[in-house]
Design a protein around this ligand. Structure first.
Ligand SMILES: Cc1cc2nc3c(=O)[nH]c(=O)nc-3n(C[C@H](O)[C@H](O)[C@H](O)COP(=O)(O)O)c2cc1C
Length: 215
């Protein structure tokens, strides 16, 4: 049996914090859509590194001109810096550095290097002035192509991928070995239960690619 959900947030679905279902979409908490988590690095005006944890992104476009699309909030330093510098790097990270990576979700002052402050190591970009992060396993270096507002402070950012680099482990072995080596994390959100009224879990779920893979 199919249950129609509609698109509007159901009345009676209580948020765990104000704005939970405006910053994120309640449908994402019902329809599993694992999104890889990554760190977006940009260069601050003072030359220090800015870093942002993000989980809404994907590659797009033809292979001859690949792009990386991700969603940002207009108020973030990342979005503002991308508009100034026209450059950003997407760094995909393994579960092993989760605690460090999650520090990039915090807000830092202008005079802080957010990569170093998170206990991570910046290395130069190959084709951009934004840094790559050494402990991450894969990097897309991008030049801003366009941005599109999606409403209420949400904005879509599209960058042309001008260079990509990966750890050697991503290039050798069968798929299982590659995924175990990369062990990239993904975000599974908080499930909603509607047995007895709409309720969203206050737990946040994540996964990692090294866990069981089915054929
Ligand atoms: C799991 C997780 C995923 C996140 N995904 C996003 C995202 O997709 N877009 C966004 O704007 N912020 C996202 N955030 C919040 C940002 O990391 C946070 O606002 C950060 O302080 C912004 O940094 P900045 O101001 O240096 O850009 C996420 C946070 C967490 C914990």
């Amino acid at each position: 049996m199919k249950i129609e959900l509609g698109a509007a947030t159901p009345e009676g679905l209580k948020e765990n914090y104000p704005g939970q279902f405006e910053v994120g979409r309640w449908l994402d908490n019902i329809i599993p859509f694992p999104m890889q988590i990554f760190i977006v690095t940009t260069r601050k005006k003072n030359g220090l590194n800015n870093a942002q944890l993000n989980s809404w992104g994907m590659t797009a476009g033809p292979g001859s001109k690949p792009r990386f699309l991700f969603q940002d909030m207009e108020y973030t330093d990342t979005y503002k810096l991308i508009n100034v510098t026209g450059e950003f790097v997407i760094n995909l990270f393994p579960k092993e550095i989760r605690d460090n990576a999650f520090k990039t979700a915090l807000h830092y002052e202008e005079n802080i290097d957010e990569v170093l402050e998170s206990g991570l190591t910046p290395i130069e970009g190959l084709k951009t002035n934004a840094c790559r992060i050494k402990e991450c396993v894969a990097h897309y270096e991008c030049k801003l192509e366009w941005t599109k507002p999606l409403g209420n402070g949400h904005v879509l950012v599209c960058g042309e991928i001008v260079s990509a680099s990966v750890d050697e482990g991503l290039l050798t072995g069968d798929l299982k070995e590659i995924l175990e080596t990369a062990d990239i994390m993904f975000y599974l959100k908080s499930p909603i239960d509607c047995k007895d009224g709409w309720k969203v879990s206050d737990k946040y779920f994540y996964g990692a690619m090294s866990d069981e893979i089915f054929e």
